[in-house]
Structure formats: structure tokens, C-alpha cells
Design a protein around this ligand. Sequence first.
Ligand SMILES: *Cc1c(COP(=O)(O)O)cnc(C)c1O
Length: 375
Amino acid sequence: MNKIWLSSPHMGGTEMSYMQEAYDSNWIAPLGPNVTAFEEALEKYVKEEAVVACLASGTSALHLALIMAGVTSGDTVLCQSFTFSASANPIRYQGANPIFIDSEITTWNMCPIALEEAIKDQIVQGKKPKAIIVVHLYGMPAKITEICAIANEYDIILIEDAAEALGSTYEGKKCGTFGNFGILSFNGNKIITTSGGGALVCKNEESKKRAIYLATQARDVAAHFQHSEIGYNYRMSNVLAGIGRGQMEVLDKHIGLRRANQEFYKKIFLEVPGITVFEEPNTAYFSNHWLSTITIDKAKTGFSREDLRLSLWEDIIESRPLWKPMHLQPIFKNCAYYGEQIAEKLFENGLCLPSGSNLTEEDRMRIENSIRKLF
Ligand SMILES: *Cc1c(COP(=O)(O)O)cnc(C)c1O
């Protein structure tokens, strides 16, 4: 039996020809026509006036956003606790201190009330936070209007981690274009992939120029190599950008397929008391449903999320607990946290189900039969 993956790469068909172009023209470098064309395609896709810089990863994009937000040693940065560690690690790269904010129950993302409480409390303690990192987890847009209003009111830079949310929108506007910076990821299991890669969505050309300068070793204008700042090697490979160009051609189709997966799970669990398929709170929200997720109320089902996970695994079907909140991670155990344990409860009871845009009808039948074994 083949393994059914949680989320595996799904090529559209034209990727190879763009990579071949890179090879034939000898643009085997961290810049070139594929990088430029991929950036243009992303700009057109997220927002006409957005400016996008393609980078080596989503993590490097987040790191550059923090540097450009002026975050340095000893600063504090407010970060959503319910996320993947890559949202928080770059705060430590800068020697700054993360403060973790709980989620709210309708979007599973940053709770605006806990966020404001943290800002007020930190200001009273004489430490105004330098930046806010909000995440659109599993593709679900956060309560972005409220978060933007708070960032504006207290004049704090807002960074949107849209690594999982390419194509998701709130009131018709794409995730990643609300804050001062947005970051995207094209890692192997994301909605589109370049094997590894990411992008920084900037507000203007000047900002993109600075990002690229930092991403290419911060080289001064001179014939020789001269540097006045610490630089990084964070630009995207022109070969990999070729995959990205091809993936852009099937992005909306693949979002449709991911959303169909979520409908498939809604149908299965419709009559199962105690299992809730995660969905948009109302029609203002449009999720790409990168991963379909459920929460299980063990008192009603008689089985836990681990029971279901292990049962699926007996049939070689991969599923995964929801992200373990950052404030519960050993590495961040000494960091401050504001909230009411919403994220903790989600972690305890939640499961991500196979969600690839390349699931076949046969895969779905296997998944459905496997799930039905439990009830
Ligand atoms: C994948 C991911 C990242 C990191 O992106 P990479 O391209 O893997 O570095 C950051 N944040 C979230 C929420 C992610 O899921």
C-alpha cells in the first residue's frame, strides 16, 4: 500500500520547461529571468501594487522583515503562539525576545484582545514592542482588521506570516498584503512549492531594494567588494524559481482542490457528534484550506485525536496533531505569554488530515474507510 501523505508536492506540468530554460541559458544562479518572472507573477496574483522579493525560504523572509522593522538585541516582538517554530525563531536570530499571544476560537489565529493587553502591559513596563507577527494558520485569515487597527493605534510594525495562506483572502484582499510586510513560503508541503523557497511582500520598491541588498551580502556600490552592513545569502535560485513559475499557473486550481478536500471531510463528519471540521467563521473569510483540520471532543466521540491518528497510520495514512504552541516549547519556556489557553486546547484535541491537491478518488476512499473504522 502506498503512503498517503499529509500534503505532498503537486506539479502542474510546465515547471520542467522553465527549469530547462534556466539550464539552456546558463542562468544557474541566485538571480535571473525565472526569479524576475516569478516575482512578477506573484505581484500580479497578490495585489497589483505589491512588490515581491523572492528569497531562499519563508524563514529568511521573516528574518529580513524583522531586520527592516529595526528589531535588534534586547527588543521585544509579539508573536502568535499557535504556529510553526519558523514564525518565532528569527526573533531570536536578532537577539530579541518573543512574547507569545494566544489565539481566539473563530480563526485559531492571534486574539486581538490578548494582543492589546500585551501591548499595554509592556508599555507600562517601559518596553514598547517593536513588531507584531500575526499568522494565517492552515490558510485561515486572522482577524486582520482588528489586528491592523491595533498595530496602527500603537504605531507598531505588522508582519504577516502568510506562509500557509497564499491565495487566502479577507474581504476579497489577499493575505500577506495587509501588514507592513508579508511573508510567503514555497517549502515542499506548502500550497505551491519550489522545493525550498519563500518571498517577502513589501509595500514599495525602496523596501524591496533594501531586502535584496541584505539578501545578497549587503554589498556597497563599488567595483571591489565593500560592505558597511552585515549581509545574508538569502536570494532564490533561478533554477528553483522556474518551478515557481510553473506552479503559479495551477495555483488557483490547486486551491480549489484543497477546498474540495475540506468539503469531503465536512461530509464524512456531518453526522459524527463531537468532531468539528474547521471552517471560515463567515463569508468575509476565504481560506485556501491548505490543510483540512478537525477538533475532537473525546467525551462525545469516545476516542481521542491520538486514537484517530494511530488508527489512520495503521492504514499508512499520514495525519498530524495541530501545531504545538510556542509558549509550550522547551526552547521558549521562559518567554512571556498572554491569553487563556485556547491554543493549548486546540493542540490537545486537533488533527490535520491528508490535504494534498493531488489526492486521488482512490486515496479518498481509503481515507474515508479508515476513518469510519472508528465509529
Ligand atoms: C512553512 C512555514 C514557515 C517557514 O517557511 P520556510 O519556507 O519553510 O522557511 C513559516 N511560518 C509558517 C506558519 C509556516 O508554515
